[in-house]
Design a binder for this molecule. Structure first.
Ligand SMILES: Nc1ncnc2c1ncn2[C@@H]1O[C@H](COP(=O)(O)OP(=O)(O)OP(=O)(O)O)[C@@H](O)[C@H]1O
Ligand SMILES: [Mg+2]
Length: 230
């Protein structure tokens, strides 16, 4: 279970203090899929970055898998991130000097897995995402939608318990949306916990969503429990 209690996140940008999250509480149970919805700048990415241990809250508490991690030291947070979380970044964050398959297999590097095995595992995911023909392209040679799908593959290669996806469909053409939704459905069937941000409603995802959390100006304005059983 993921639990956020009265979380606050402030950024200091020069003289301006931005309160990106203001007293936000939410809970996502194991195996659930939640959507963070709301306009641009409302705090969705900040919330995902906090849950993904990429940044620390400035107030409040965070639990991941029934463990309070808010006060964990950095190296502990890094280990949690590596072992339990798959993160799909809004800006993809692929390394341009590396090929697609190398990018996808990067999370396996610290585990001492051989190159041969890493490539086999990367190719399997690339095939699922219809990207196998781009495996040896450099990341900067991919289209936006291809980069997005490569970023999804990279987030899944560790078989993480928690999948955090920041606008995962934003660059995906309609033909591939189905594919990504099917992958999310499979992950849910496996009991993974999934949190997705989206600035618009995604009708194609509706049947998978258990909970929608609406953000407005760094606060949660509404939480809806939806969803049908699979
Ligand atoms: N590193 C940062 N430094 C300063 N301010 C930041 C930083 N990151 C985010 N913010 C501010 O926090 C607020 C929330 O940003 P966030 O990225 O969480 O919004 P969002 O809901 O994901 O928006 P979008 O739909 O455009 O992706 C914004 O006003 C933004 O300018
Ligand atoms: Mg965002």
């Amino acid at each position: 279970m993921i639990r956020v209690e009265k979380a606050t996140k402030s950024y200091q940008s020069g003289k301006v203090k931005v309160r990106a999250l203001n007293d936000v509480s939410l809970e996502v149970k194991k195996g659930e899929m939640a959507v963070l919805s709301g306009p641009s700048g409302s705090g969705k990415s900040t919330m995902l970055n906090v849950i993904g241990c990429l940044t620390r809250i400035t107030g409040g508490r965070l639990w991941l898998a029934d463990q309070e991690v808010s006060h964990f030291p950095d190296h502990f947070l890094a280990a949690i991130r590596r072992e339990k979380i798959g993160f799909i970044f809004q800006q993809f964050n692929l390394l341009s000097g590396y090929s697609t398959w190398e990018n996808v297999s990067l999370p396996l590097l610290p585990m001492g897995i051989s190159e041969k095995e890493r490539r086999i595992r990367a190719m399997k995911l690339l095939e699922e995402l219809n990207l196998e023909t781009r495996a040896d392209f450099m990341a900067n040679e991919l289209s936006g939608g291809e980069q997005q799908r490569a970023a999804i593959a990279r987030a899944l290669i560790n078989d993480p318990e928690i999948i955090l996806a920041d606008e995962p469909l934003s660059n995906i053409d309609t033909g591939h949306v189905r594919m990504v939704i099917d992958i999310l459905r499979e992950l849910k069937k496996k009991g993974k916990t999934i949190i997705v941000s989206s600035h618009d409603t995604q009708p194609s995802m509706a049947s998978l969503v258990d909970r929608t959390v609406y953000f407005a100006s760094g606060e949660i304005s509404l939480q809806e429990e939806l969803g049908e059983e699979l």
